[in-house]
Design a protein around this ligand. Structure first.
Ligand code: HEM
Length: 324
């Protein structure tokens, strides 16, 4: 979707694996406590070597982008591959080449946009799906209901398609509940007011770093009934039925709010729901023998499971070949 049409087979796998590795390292580094944030005066000494390590990772990331862009250029110049790779990279390069004065794009802009999309969209989406599967293991009755809905809308003789998604209202409520209890970006992106202001009686000085604790808001017992219970049905109740992903309702902000709200919401809604729906429609899942379900969290810029979820699938469609 992002640059998949540019790379094929082995190339896609290698670049994908390398990109995942560097993204994991960047996210881990961003989530590490940095002394310089607490004592800005000593920041320039970079005692923990974090600036140095981030610069190294950015060089690595840049090399990956350069190689993908170069392959794309060769593909077009050589005329060997189709010019229409239909991916996001193609769109960005076309915009850049069109030289539209209203939206000028440099090569660096293209790379920054690629980084935003891949960096912002991969770990967040995969973490949501992992939490969703873990909650299904913890709540088999919810899983059963979701599978019943899928059987009615999709049928056991079909694979899930994008067109089915708007009809899967219970599944959509499950994902809302997953994102309520496990918001992948628990503190959103830090804010910094350009003017001092007072919020809820607290003075926030100009330039202060403000973190919004969405994790705590979405578990606040003053707002949510039985906040620690996993209950997708709550999103059908009058009081919460209007909670969507746009960040207008300050009780529920898994994608943030305001000017910096997640720009990938439409894509996330479709890809996460499609993947999750396909997983539970196409397979039955169980924990490996003797292994207990563990729902503990690991603190970081992305709120992941402390221990990765390991499950065993068994085909459930009438004809498993539908998937291939
Ligand atoms: C379940 C999946 C996702 C979740 C939970 C999520 C969540 C978030 C959150 C909380 C923010 C910060 C918003 C704020 O501080 O107000 C954000 C920003 C962002 N997200 Fe997502 N995101 C997801 C998927 C995606 C996808 C698929 C893309 C790209 C296609 C994406 C691209 C971005 C970008 C570029 C930003 C930065 C926006 C800015 O600062 O202006 N996200 N996301």
């Amino acid at each position: 979707m992002v640059w998949g049409g540019t790379l094929d087979g082995e190339g896609r796998r290698i670049v994908g694996a390398e990109f995942r590795e560097v993204t994991q390292k960047v996210l881990a580094l961003i989530g590490t406590a940095n002394m310089s944030d607490l004592f800005p005066l000593v920041g320039r000494f970079d005692f923990q070597g974090m600036v140095r390590r981030m610069k190294e990772l950015m060089v690595w990331m840049d090399r990956i982008f350069n190689s993908v862009i170069e392959r794309r250029r060769k593909m077009v110049e050589g005329g060997g591959g189709s010019r229409e790779s239909g991916d996001f990279l193609q769109l960005l390069l076309q915009l850049k080449e069109s030289g539209d004065p209203k939206a000028p794009l440099s090569e660096n802009n293209v790379k920054a946009l690629l980084m935003d999309i891949v960096g912002g969209g991969t770990d967040t989406s995969s973490t949501t799906i992992e939490w969703a599967m873990a909650e299904m293991m913890a709540h088999p009755e919810v899983l059963r209901k979701a599978q019943d809905e899928l059987e009615q809308v999709v049928g056991l003789d079909n694979a899930v398609e994008e067109t089915h998604l708007p009809k899967l209202s219970y599944l959509s409520a499950i994902l809302k509940e997953v994102l309520r209890l496990h918001p992948p970006v628990p503190f959103l992106v830090p804010r910094s007011p350009s003017q001092a202001c007072t919020v809820g009686g607290y003075m926030v000085p100009t330039g202060a770093r403000v973190m919004v604790n969405v994790w705590a808001i979405q578990r606040d017992p003053d707002i949510w009934a039985e906040p620690l219970e996993f209950r997708p049905e709550r999103f059908f109740m009058d009081s919460t039925s209007k909670c969507d992903f746009n960040g207008q309702d300050f009780r529920y902000l898994p994608f943030g709010s305001g000017r910096r709200v997640c720009m990938g919401i439409p894509m996330a809604e479709r890809t996460v729901m499609y993947t999750f729906a396909s997983l539970i429609h196409s397979f039955e899942w169980q924990l490996p023998e003797g292994r207990k379900l563990d729902l503990s969290e690991k603190f970081g810029i992305i709120l992941k499971k402390k221990n990765p979820l390991l499950l065993i699938p068994t085909p459930r469609l009438s004809n498993p070949h539908i998937l291939f």
